[in-house]
Ligand binder design. Structure first.
Ligand code: NAD
Ligand code: UDX
Length: 472
């Protein structure tokens, strides 16, 4: 069997701790392009591992192109397991790809990263690793986290009966830039791969893995701290563009301008660029909010309060945009939605994913339920159980939430339809016929700018489109 050989250090075996949205797809792609390397993806969540090993149609994560790759490599060189100990023991390189949410209590609650899963991973590695192990931070982490990981690993190096010097570590940072919904394409054709570290031999070892399918010029190497920080800053910059265009959407509504036209006019300047200028109900997902909050916390910890409030402004606009949409819906329906039937089209935080973490739909649905509306919710990929779990806490809205797979049925007798996610199936709905099923006066709210105003003009629908100053 051929192996990667870097100045005597061979990578035959990889362990990835965390079989989530990042660990699962990333390891599947590495397995595809490095058939000679055995990869064990481990997780403490037994249900998740069970479904990674189950029917390809029901993998725990929906991601276009993922099941095809898993089908190709699972059981050959890619394995999903709960056996953390043996997977680490066999590994030459361990990715830490665990969750890093925001702390909910204690020092830094609401802003700082909760590093308990990263620390437990480092402790597991230090306990079970054998020989030289490259430890790679794949999770998004506060700058300087590698210091904590190194300290845990170093204590085990020192405690180990190290006469034969077999238990040694080096730590790299290799943040992941994939976005959900396009994860496979992002992994196969990334804009860049970032590797931060101090030890060239280990950097080269990781570089060689990526070089199997990615052009060398796209692999950027930096010091550890630049790499850790760059991931937070990249997400902050992306989110900043969304908050910027969303702030502009409100100006457009007030002035008769159209945010799509403005975004195009502005984005065609190559210095600005056209990507990430789509207006909407605010960014959701597991990353942007938590990473910016974490950046804000780091700035405050460093005494950089002006810098902290600069980045905090991005979150404030995002919250404001969601509140604004909720208030507009209530206002247009005569300030009273009690007992009114509102159809929610889309519950995932963006199209092409079943992930609902921080989805704008959650907040807006909760607000509408708080006004005593009845919600009929449709999403092509999100399960009813997950939706109810997010908005029907304490079973308090049992009779107020209806989950409906059939869009035409959902719309029957509805007072309003609110498009929250830009799913393909919502783009070309037959409004000329659908609106006839609704109670009059009926409203269509398009927060994703996916509906053609020209088609709506041929109906009696009242239409509000985010950032479109010409819609009502
Ligand atoms: P996730 O919650 O989907 O998956 C993390 C998994 O790690 C969970 O299944 C959990 O059970 C497991 N885990 C935690 N501690 C463990 C331990 N000690 N041993 C074994 N398993 C353990 O999270 P995710 O979305 O994959 O994100 C992982 C990291 O990657 C986060 O830091 C996130 O910020 C970052 N990231 C996420 C995305 C994304 O699109 N989701 C993109 C880039 C970076
Ligand atoms: C993001 C980053 O893009 C990715 O690089 C990082 O690794 C993880 O976080 P993700 O959250 O999966 O990825 O999706 P992304 O496409 O960035 O969308 C995030 C949110 O912003 C979604 O709610 C999306 O609808 C919204 N968005 C995105 C807009 O409102 N307008 C845009 O122009 C782009």
């Amino acid at each position: 069997m051929s192996t990667l050989k870097i100045n005597g250090f061979q990578i035959n075996n990889i362990c990835c701790i965390g079989a989530g949205y990042v660990g699962g797809p990333t390891m599947s792609v590495i397995a595809k392009y490095c058939p000679d390397i055995i990869i064990n993806v481990v997780d403490v969540n037994t249900d998740r591992i069970k479904s990674w090993n189950g029917d390809y149609k029901y993998l725990p994560i929906f991601e276009p192109g993922l099941s095809e790759i898993v089908k190709e490599v699972r059981g050959k060189n890619l394995f999903f397991t709960t056996d953390v100990e043996n997977s680490i023991k066999k590994a030459d390189l361990v990715f830490i790809s665990v969750n890093t949410p925001i702390k909910t209590s204690g020092i830094g609650a609401g802003e700082a990263s909760d590093l308990r899963w990263v620390e437990s991973s480092a402790r597991e590695i230090s306990k079970f690793a054998v020989g030289h192990t490259i430890v790679v931070e794949k999770s998004t982490l506060p700058v300087k986290t590698a210091e904590i990981i190194k300290s845990i690993l170093l204590s085990s190096e020192q405690n180990f009966n190290n006469d034969d010097k077999t238990k040694t570590f080096s730590v790299l940072s290799n943040p992941e830039f994939l976005a959900e919904g396009t994860a496979i394409n992002d992994l196969v054709n990334p804009d860049r791969v970032l590797i931060g570290g101090e030890d060239n031999e280990s950097i080269d070892a990781l570089k060689q893995i990526y070089s199997k399918w990615i052009n060398q010029e796209k692999i950027i190497t930096t010091n550890l701290w630049s790499s850790e920080l760059s991931k937070l800053i990249a997400n902050a910059f992306l989110a900043q563009r969304i908050s910027s265009i969303n702030s502009v959407s409100a100006i457009c509504e007030a002035t008769g301008a159209n945010v799509i036209e403005v975004a195009k006019a502005v984005g065609t300047d190559t210095r600005i660029g056209e990507k990430f200028l789509k207006p909407g109900p605010g960014f959701g997902g597991s990353c942007f909010k938590k990473d910016i909050l974490n950046l804000v916390y780091i700035c405050k910890s460093l005494g950089l309060n002006q810098v902290a409030s600069y980045w905090e402004g991005i979150i404030n606009i995002n919250n404001w945009q969601q509140d604004r949409i909720y208030k507009i819906v209530v206002d247009k329906l005569y300030g009273n939605i009690s007992g009114k039937r509102i159809v929610i089209l889309g519950f995932s935080f963006k199209a092409d994913t079943n992930d609902v973490r921080n989805s704008p739909s959650i907040k807006i649905c909760r607000q509408l339920l708080g006004e005593d509306a009845t919600l009929i919710i449709n999403d092509p990929k999100v399960d009813k159980k997950i939706i109810l779990n997010e908005i029907n806490y304490d079973n308090r809205y049992n009779y107020k939430i209806i989950y409906e797979k059939n869009i035409s049925k959902a719309i029957e007798n509805a007072d309003a339809v609110l498009i929250m996610t830009e799913w393909e199936e919502y783009k070309n709905l037959d409004w000329k016929n659908l609106y006839k099923k609704m109670r009059k006066p009926s409203w269509l709210f398009d927060t994703r700018s996916i509906i053609s105003f020209e088609i709506i003009k041929e109906t009696d629908l009242n239409f509000w489109q985010l950032g479109n100053g010409e819609s009502i």
